[in-house]
Design a protein around this ligand. Sequence first.
Ligand SMILES: Nc1ncnc2c1ncn2[C@@H]1O[C@H](COP(=O)(O)OP(=O)(O)OP(=O)(O)O)[C@@H](O)[C@H]1O
Length: 566
Amino acid sequence: MMNGVVALLRGSRWKLAGAGLAGALSGLGIAALIALINSALALPRAEQGRLLPAFVALCVGVFLARTASEALLVRLSQHLIAGLRCQLSRQILASPLRQLEQHGAHRLLAALTDDVQKIAALLTRLPTFCINVAVALGCFAYLGWLSWPLMLGALACIGIGIGVFLVAQLRAQGALQRSRDAGDELYKHFITVTEGGKELQMHRGRRSAFLTRWLDGAVARLRHNFVSGMTIYALAESLGLLMFFVFIGLLLFLPPDYTTHNPAVLSGYALTFLYLITPVEVLVNLAPDFGQFRVALKQLATLQLALAPGQDHGAGRPAWKTLQQLELKGVTHGYRSEHEDGQFTLGPIDLSLSPGEIVFITGGNGSGKTTLAKLLVGLYAPDSGQVSVNGEAVVGDADREAYRQLFSCVFADFYLFEELLGLDDPERAPRAGELLKRLKLDHKVSLEKGRFSTVALSQGQRKRLALLGAVLEDRPVCLFDEWAADQDPVFKRVFYEDILPDLKAQGRTVVAITHDDAYFHLADRHVKLESGRIVSIRSQRQAAACNEEPVAAPATPGRPSQLQVG
Ligand SMILES: Nc1ncnc2c1ncn2[C@@H]1O[C@H](COP(=O)(O)OP(=O)(O)OP(=O)(O)O)[C@@H](O)[C@H]1O
């Protein structure tokens, strides 16, 4: 992610250089103004007037440089924030699904909101940072010009302040990290509040236990660690600033032999140091923001997101235009877990699909149907074995991205878009209207410029809209995961006896995960899974020949079960 921030900064290097130059000019201008004021104070009243033109020129110069620098830097920082938000969303979508599932929605949400905000908070303060650094540098240049031995003393005092600050920062950083970890947990509970609302409202005891044990606990941990971190920062900031007054005190109260006999130098130092307190305070106040920025960057790095398209400099593989054959050979996929009962391995699976066939996948709960579906459509990468299309192996993420374009899917936990996103070419509109009629939704929903008039429908109706999108995609393979589970008996029949044969007649391959045994006879092949392995295959031809018994697959452990196109 740091690379992403650097790349975004690199893209705006001219704006950054311009803003930095303007900021430096304004800082130097302010230091020059202080020097001029100090010189004017040392002059007799009658002679002060000759410094007026320089004073006015410096005031105008500082005004112009400061405004230009602020304006450029605000533009730059907003550009960075927008870039970061877009880039992170793209990176999440480019990352393997399994990795995202492992992180969990709460961590991704925390990254997109909290972490981007923390990074943005520091970036938006870039203008303040640059201007105040320039002012401080300008002031130190003037102090060095007044007396360099005194400036070394000043730097020593400030160095002690910075040292104390850095030591304290290490402890503060640890507390901020713990607070951020509690933030992840809190987001998980927020998701429970929104998604488990019904269950929590229905049971007072559950709600109370959830609120007091889970939510309040995470909130308290976050608050406690954040307050600890910020208190350490506050202490360190105050100590750092104290060193300024220690130096002014030494300057004022040490005998002149140890400081200076020159009153102009003394007043110049006192004046500059008093002026310096504000920019230094501003810089020191940025430290907590910087601490949170580092924690946020670290947090984003732990997500190990893929590079967004365009960032990876790799040429994406073009999508396959047609499908002659799709083949899985000895493919496995395992879910690993620290707990024994969390382990599950699908496969090895051998399976080939041809155009224009209907394949049903059946099996008990947890037998691996959805896992097989995700492997088949390229959402999961195989741990071993090979997937190939038309004899060409699908290797690596770029291939898999092209491979996924072969499939239209409606998953059991589908997401319904309010718009036919990516399907908005005009020739699809009349077909979409016909499909709405066929899916018996035309009295409820209309389509205006590719947008559904409503998606506030029953679950079964929402699934029909998802099906409409999948059919319109016109891709070679359609995968439906328990699509008919929410449909009434009449529409179940429409789905199995009307829609699926229609897709087959168009030459599309249909893979349907189903428990509807009344319709099993409509499949060209019926694949049965048990504990992650294919235990039987039945093609229509074989079923007709044997009439009853399924054909047992050679599913001995360690040897893949075979499934040929029937
Ligand atoms: N996200 C996950 N993380 C870890 N393990 C998982 C995950 N999803 C599934 N599993 C494991 O994989 C096994 C198979 O799950 P899968 O969802 O493929 O089954 P299924 O046959 O589709 O079940 P159902 O009929 O209930 O939908 C489960 O028993 C579980 O142990």
